[in-house]
Write a protein that binds this ligand. Structure first.
Ligand SMILES: C[S@@+](CC[C@H](N)C(=O)[O-])C[C@H]1O[C@@H](n2cnc3c(N)ncnc32)[C@H](O)[C@@H]1O
Length: 267
């Protein structure tokens, strides 16, 4: 009797095995389809976010910049006063390359008759920059170049008197390449002026907030709130490197970017 039971089980086993195989195959197929759908959705979402971002970002940056300038105008005036000295030493000539120029929030602080080459990854800023240069009245927008600061191949070596960037390095993918490009493009004796929001001191409340909000800021041009930007500038091999870290007098939603770095460096 026992023998005939075992025999029956043995006969049933091949069917059960093939049923298990079928279930596994279906499961595997479903997992593959889900993975493929998730991948395609992510790619589509990425493109949509980028497209929308490139349209929305100028509107946001223009609003943000005027409110930022109203609080930071004093710091910018002091930083850019050095441009006038540079212009005087150059016999009245001054070519400034502004990287991540956005809507031209810094134009009003540049000395009279400065020639500006503006670089930005977003081509939509061109019309804002042209309008801003006209409104400012005392500077000339010479060129607008669509490029990443990390790769400005269109700009010649040793060709500009000053490079300026404000609130840009936190969003760059490769800040070390940008610093190398700045050094390549500056004339010998040329100056790099920068102001950036940076990481707060570790173990501070602001640092904790920055870490928590970091994922959300990806939508703001891929901005990194906890970037220690000074480390990249330190590595640039500049002469007369000067900078200070301070708490910017920013309020409301801008509090998380209060830790700032401002300074200059000479090639
Ligand atoms: C926060 S806005 C700052 C605009 C302006 N500099 C200011 O201070 O108001 C950052 C700007 O940098 C540009 N940007 C972002 N990543 C860049 C990159 N890798 N190279 C050049 N520009 C970049 C953005 O398109 C945007 O115009």
């Amino acid at each position: 009797m026992a023998d005939s039971n075992t025999e029956a089980k043995q006969q049933a086993d091949p069917n059960r095995e093939s049923a298990t195989d079928d279930i596994l195959e279906t499961l595997l197929f479903k997992i593959l389809v889900c993975a493929l759908l998730a991948y395609v959705s992510c790619r589509v979402l990425n493109v949509v976010v980028k497209r929308l971002g490139s349209v929305i970002s100028p509107l946001f940056v223009n609003c943000f910049s005027s409110s930022y300038n109203s609080r930071m105008g004093g710091v910018k005036r002091r930083l850019f006063a050095n441009l006038a000295d540079l212009q005087e030493r150059n016999g009245g000539e001054l070519t400034i390359l502004e990287v991540g120029a956005g809507g031209g929030a810094n134009f009003q602080y540049y000395p009279k008759c400065s020639k500006i080459i503006a670089v930005d990854t977003n081509e939509r800023y061109q019309k804002y920059l042209q309008r801003k240069a006209m409104d400012t009245g005392h500077i000339v927008l010479d060129r607008f170049v669509v490029a990443k600061g990390e790769d400005m191949g269109d700009i010649l070596n040793d060709s500009v008197d000053a490079v300026v960037s404000t609130l840009v390095m936190s969003g760059m993918q490769h800040p070390e390449d940008y610093v190398r490009e700045v050094k390549r493009i500056l004339k010998p004796g040329g100056m790099f002026f920068y102001m950036e929001h940076v990481s707060a001191s570790k173990n501070s409340w602001t640092h904790l907030m920055q870490r928590m909000l970091n994922p959300l800021f990806v939508f703001c041009d891929g901005c990194h709130l906890t970037r220690q930007t000074w480390t990249y500038i330190d590595m640039g091999g500049f002469r007369r490197l000067e900078y200070s870290r301070f708490f910017a007098p920013l309020k409301g939603y801008m509090q998380v970017i209060r830790p700032h770095l401002v300074g200059s460096a000479m090639k």
